[in-house]
Every structure is written in structure tokens, then in C-alpha cells.
Design a protein around this ligand. Structure first.
Ligand SMILES: *Cc1c(COP(=O)(O)O)cnc(C)c1O
Length: 345
């Protein structure tokens, strides 16, 4: 089996799996495939494993008629082409339309790998919007993969944001530290830190993505002073069991990555086979709490369209409340009572 080879079409895939996979062609025609050599190297060690499942096309993508191509109605909250402005004080700035590898469960499947690359003038339009909107205090660089932009373009964008006095924080959302670690050279990291405070949230879904190359990268980024957070998408057949999620969260903290969000999967067309019940996520949260450091427990979020935005979801810890007391379940499922101070029973 080929290992470090990029996979972009049915022939590559057939070659990789050493089989005839012409049946995949309709999937790839509808939702393009791209797998970076670093990722195909990981997949070759476990061709049916959790990384393969995230990146290898699946016929089931075509049998999902009900999902939406824009489940969060981002297009309606887009004042200029590359910006989504949903919350008063922060925006998502999609500085790239593409990625080194395409996640099959992508919420932005509608354009990733399909639309032409974001142009300089799109970026300038985005920057102009941020410049004339003083209530924006935080800019989240996302995409696609923001590091698909050239260093020059990315650094220029950061420099322009840095000059806007109302922008206090830049946040970068990326999978590159785990899935294309060579993209982040020591030189680039050194240049990026000029724009501190820069927070980096890494998208990581399974402990098998934590490779020695990635760890080296993450260490350099942490040493360069980027506060690191993680975002994980809850995916059926990848990480939808408590042990798998526990292993991942436990592994992130020693890397100085503070688990931030587990996302319930958006109902994007072509991703239904990854969908879990909300209860699956709540049960995972219940298992995490108490088993591992509270610092390693992320929030479980569901993103709702039409202005709903992200809503945190927690297992029930409150069994009952009365004028004199509250009754709680603890992490182990035992009941405890809290008495309102100063109230007699
Ligand atoms: C997720 C998201 C954010 C960031 O939300 P946080 O809770 O601050 O991480 C901002 N804008 C949009 C449009 C988003 O979807």
C-alpha cells in the first residue's frame, strides 16, 4: 500500500486501497476528495481506522437528501463575501476556501474545494468591513484552512488587523498542526508571534492524530506563547464513545492544549452517516467529568441556525430544587443536597 502520497482522485484511491473503486467516482464528483501525503501516511497504517473514516469518500454521502448545504445559514449572516458576523463582538473571517485534506463531514462542504481561491481583493473587502465595524473585538481566521494562504498574505492580513485598535484578539482555527505539521516552520511561527495576542484553536478528532511530528509543532507553538485550544467534532464511528474521547482529551493537556469545544455535528448534506444523537455527546460529557482534570473537559456545543448560534449542553446535575435546598447528582451519579444558607429545614 502506498503511504506518503497525496490522494486526489478515484485512481489514487483505487491504487491506495489496491482495489477497484470506480463506485467512488460519483461521490468525488459531487464532493471533491483531497488527502495530503501526511494524512495518507497516517491512513496507510490503519486503512479502516478513524483517520481514514474522516477523509476517505463514502457512498453514504450521496444517500443523504435531507441535510442542508448551509445548515447554519451562514450565507445570510455574511455582510461581505468572506465574513460571517453572527455575534456582536467577533467575526469569522474565511481567508481560504480550501484545505490540504478535505474532511468528509465538513460543515462548509458547499464550497470547500469547489470555489476558486479567495483573492486579495476578497481579503481586502473583509479587512475593510472589520475596519469600519468598531464593535468587532476578535477576528477568527478560518476557512477552509487559513494556512492554505501564503505566508505573505496571512502575515499581511494579521498586520492590518493588528493596526485596528478595536481588534484586541486574533484567533486562528486550523487542522494544520496535526495534519500538515511541516507547514508551520520555525520562521513562520516567529513571524506570527509579532501579532500577539494570537490564540490558536486546533481541530483534532482522535488520539491517533497525535503524532511525534505534530507534538514537535505544538511544542514550538506553545513555546512561542500562543494559547492553544482544541475543537473536536463528535463523529459516529470516529470518536463517539467515551473511552476514545477520554483518551484524546487526556492527551491534549500535556501538550499545553486546553480542550475547548466538542461540537455536535451540523446537519450538512452528505454527512448524515457521521451524525450522532445528542444523548451520545451528553453521555460522553458525563464520563469525562470527574475522570480527568477539569482543565481537560471541554464544553459540548450545538450550533443552531437563524441566529441561534452555539448553545452549551450539559448532562443534568440538578435533580430537584426547592425553596430550601437543591438536590444534585455528583460525577459518580450519587445524590447530594445543598441547603440554602440561613434556611431551616
Ligand atoms: C463559532 C463561531 C464563533 C466563535 O464562537 P466562540 O463561542 O467565541 O468560540 C464566532 N462566529 C461564528 C459565526 C461562529 O460560528
Amino acid at each position: 500500500m502506498a503511504s506518503r502520497k497525496s490522494l486526489t482522485g478515484t485512481e489514487d484511491l483505487a491504487d491506495f486501497y489496491n482495489s477497484s473503486l470506480s463506485t467512488y467516482q460519483p461521490v468525488i464528483d459531487k464532493y471533491p476528495m483531497r488527502i495530503h501525503p501526511f494524512v495518507s501516511g497516517l491512513i496507510s497504517h490503519d486503512p479502516d481506522g478513524p483517520i481514514a473514516r474522516q477523509f476517505i469518500p463514502d457512498m453514504q454521502e450521496l444517500s443523504d437528501e435531507l441535510g442542508s448545504d448551509d445548515p447554519l445559514a451562514e450565507n445570510r449572516q455574511s455582510p461581505v463575501k468572506q465574513i460571517v458576523h453572527r455575534y456582536p463582538d467577533r467575526v469569522v473571517f474565511m481567508v481560504s476556501n480550501t484545505c490540504p485534506s478535505f474532511c468528509r463531514f465538513c460543515m462548509r462542504k458547499r464550497f470547500v474545494g469547489k470555489q476558486p481561491q479567495v483573492t486579495q481583493s476578497d481579503i481586502q473587502d473583509g479587512l475593510a468591513y472589520i475596519a469600519r465595524t468598531p464593535q468587532i473585538h476578535e477576528v477568527i481566521l478560518s476557512g477552509g484552512e487559513p494556512f492554505m494562504q501564503s505566508n505573505a498574505c496571512l502575515l499581511d492580513t494579521m498586520a492590518q488587523l493588528k493596526q485596528m485598535t478595536h481588534v484586541n484578539v486574533i484567533r486562528i482555527h486550523t487542522r494544520v498542526p496535526f495534519l500538515m505539521p511541516e507547514r508551520l516552520t520555525a520562521d513562520l511561527i516567529e513571524k506570527l508571534r509579532k501579532y500577539h495576542p494570537v490564540y490558536i484553536n486546533v481541530h483534532v478528532n482522535h488520539a491517533s492524530e497525535i503524532t511525534p511530528d505534530a507534538c514537535r509543532m505544538i511544542t514550538q507553538m506553545a513555546d512561542a506563547g500562543f494559547p492553544l485550544g482544541s475543537q473536536t467534532v463528535l463523529l459516529k464511528g470516529v470518536n463517539d464513545c467515551p473511552e476514545t474521547m477520554l483518551e484524546l482529551m487526556k492527551a491534549l493537556l500535556p501538550l499545553r492544549i486546553r480542550p475547548y469545544y466538542i461540537h455536535h455535528l451540523d446537519d450538512t448534506q452528505g454527512t448524515r452517516h457521521f451524525q450522532t444523537d445528542i444523548e451520545t455527546g451528553l453521555n460522553i460529557m458525563k464520563c469525562l467529568r470527574g475522570q480527568i482534570s477539569g482543565m481537560a473537559v471541554p464544553q459540548f456545543m450545538i450550533d443552531l441556525p437563524n441566529g441561534g448560534g452555539k448553545i452549551p449542553m450539559l448532562p443534568d446535575y440538578v435533580k430537584a430544587r426547592t425553596p430550601v435546598s437543591w438536590l444534585f447528582w455528583n460525577y459518580a451519579g450519587k445524590l447530594f443536597e445543598w441547603k440554602r444558607p440561613g434556611k431551616k429545614k
